[in-house]
Design a protein around this ligand. Structure first.
Ligand code: FAD
Length: 405
């Protein structure tokens, strides 16, 4: 049988040796691939799914992220931001947070910190598609979609990587960007620590009766926070955290009953709701690795830290890892050093660990503070929020932190 163009391309790539192979082409892996490939490093980006798959314009991704200005700056510098905006990126400049107990509330406006916007809400598939589209045009990057990593072996100066479809490639360095259940982390024996919150975050897209596309809302409820994020087309993306049993019951509610429960939980701030599309849920856990690298293997993004989504910081944190790892590798490459040496990889670990651990601690602390039902804690929380809301200086600091500045 004659060979097709596709066969020839596959033949050419079989057993090819790259400088860097990145497993996981989500937001974090695809960003590090862009940062390295545009500087001429030969990169293979591998993902189990097909991130370039087209979708119906009338559909909405249930996975969305509130991206900080710092993250947007990274996408601008990669030249993908205009594509993301064309596909749908909703700016917001206010944040309103309130507690179910007492009168504790916090309203923050980015204008007070001298910025037009606080951040943008973007469907994850939009960010990933824009990055993959850029990578398609970069000569030094090969994309392997619908390819699941099965195993890898480090042999001397090379990592041998095998996919379940029997394809094999080689690389000097393997980057694990394969998310919170990272197979590479498990195979490499990197220890991970943490706990299951015994909670699930319910996600859905809804149309609100009252339109307010400038504000991200968050109400702390006894079982967990409810976030209402402005999405494109006048819609709202919700992330409603509760104990697993409660979330599973909410997933089964008829649409109308679900929307009524949502309106009640949000105290009608946006009036009533209409459900657009389906509902989904993600189990929540706190997980972190104490070591970020092993021989010729380095971990990044959710593969090394998974945090509670209550302040929408997981992807933003992973993007900082991506920037830092690329910077460290490019610096070593520029000096003619081995980019996979432990000296280089440990520099990345040293530079990222403190920031990652601090964010994890803060998220876990906030979760516990707002989850406490002792009266004394509730009273302290309420007056604490009142104090912060009256203090311009503290509010500006929170605002800058939320913007990633
Ligand atoms: C409900 C919810 C709301 C959130 N909201 C926000 C928010 O507002 N802001 C924010 O910053 N963060 C948010 N986060 C966190 C954010 O989604 C994650 O931190 C982010 O997606 C992590 O990106 P990643 O690229 O590291 O991993 P992932 O997005 O998990 O990507 C991993 C990729 O690896 C691929 N993969 C996995 N295993 C293999 C394998 N063996 N072989 C090949 N490919 C593989 C997968 O297909 C996937 O594409 C939220 C999380 C949740 C659950």
């Amino acid at each position: 049988m004659p060979k097709t163009n596709l066969d020839t391309r596959a033949d050419k790539r079989a057993n090819k040796k790259y400088q860097v192979a990145i497993v996981g082409g989500g937001m974090v892996g695809a960003t590090v691939a862009c940062l390295l490939a545009e500087k001429g490093i030969s990169v293979a980006l591998i993902d189990a799914a097909d991130p370039t798959k087209q979708w119906k314009e009338s559909s909405y991704d249930l996975r969305v992220s509130a991206l900080t200005l710092a993250s947007i700056k990274t996408f601008q510098s990669l030249g993908v931001w205009s594509d993301m905006q064309a596909l749908g990126a909703q700016p917001f400049h206010k944040m309103f947070v309130w507690d179910h107990f007492g009168s504790g509330e916090l309203d923050i406006d980015s204008a007070d910190a001298g910025e037009m916007q606080m951040g943008f809400v973007v469907e994850n598939r939009v960010t990933v598609l824009a990055l993959w589209d850029k990578l398609k045009a970069l000569e030094s990057c090969d994309l392997y979609k619908e390819s699941l990593l099965e195993s890898f072996n480090v042999e001397g100066e090379v990592v041998d990587i095998q996919f379940t479809n029997k394809t094999q490639i080689k690389a000097e360095l393997l980057v694990a960007a394969d998310g919170s259940n990272s197979k590479i982390r498990q195979l490499s024996g990197v220890d991970d620590y943490g706990w299951d919150y015994q909670q699930k975050a319910l996600v859905a897209t809804v149309k609100p009766e009252l339109l307010d596309q400038n504000t991200a809302w968050q109400r702390f409820l006894p079982e967990g926070p409810l976030a209402l994020l402005p999405l494109r087309d006048g819609l709202i993306s919700i992330v409603w955290t509760a104990n697993t049993k409660t979330t599973e019951a909410r997933l089964k509610l008829p649409d109308e009953a679900f929307c009524n429960a949502l309106a009640e939980a949000s105290e009608q701030q946006l009036g009533s709701f209409e459900l657009i599309g389906g509902r989904g849920a993600f189990p929540l856990k706190m997980q972190f690795s104490t070591s970020y690298s092993q021989e010729r293997v380095v971990l990044i993004g959710d593969a090394i830290h998974t945090i509670h989504p209550l302040a929408g910081q997981g992807a933003n944190l992973g993007l900082k890892d991506a920037l830092n790892l690329a910077e460290v590798l490019l610096h070593a490459y520029g000096k003619g050093r081995d980019i996979s040496s432990q000296q280089v990889l440990r520099r990345y670990e040293r530079q990222r660990k403190a920031d990652n651990l601090m964010m994890m601690g803060v998220m876990d602390g906030i979760k516990r503070l707002f989850g406490a039902d002792e009266l004394a804690v509730q009273l302290a929380r309420s007056s604490g929020m009142g104090f912060i809301n009256r203090s311009t200086i503290v509010k500006n600091q929170i605002c800058k932190y939320a913007m990633g500045l």
